[in-house]
Unconditional design. Structure first.
Length: 116
């Protein structure tokens, strides 16, 4: 179940919730790990935008989202939370933002689809 801390500009969701949102077409997912991590394995359908580039890539994220919720995912959920903070600071506060708790490790562990 999604949780929202009033001190954070994003919600926290499980990998199962993320998959449901992606399947429903109500969200897109951004992988904020580094390219060398991404090539090892990644959730199916994500766009790679490393966390240290999020602020400069707001236009790309907005275009990719096309008004949908943006789900941020990393390896374990730490960098993606930071990316959601960066995205808000850079002007994406008008879009729903979520951090995928447990990250790509939890995604893979849950047996969810990986690759392109």
């Amino acid at each position: 179940m999604a949780t929202k801390n009033p001190q954070e500009p994003f919600s926290r969701i499980s990998v199962k919730e993320a998959k449901e949102k992606l399947d429903a077409g109500t969200a897109v997912m951004v992988d904020v790990r580094e390219p060398h991590e991404y090539v090892e394995f990644h959730a199916k359908g994500v766009r790679l935008i490393p966390v240290n580039t999020v602020i400069n890539e707001v236009a790309q994220i907005r275009e990719f989202a096309a008004g949908k919720e943006v789900l941020f995912i990393c390896r374990s959920g730490q960098r993606s939370a930071l990316a959601a903070e960066f995205a808000t600071a850079a002007g994406l506060s008008d879009l729903a933002l979520s951090n995928v708790e447990g990250g790509t490790l939890a995604w893979v562990e849950a047996g969810l689809p990986t690759g392109d």
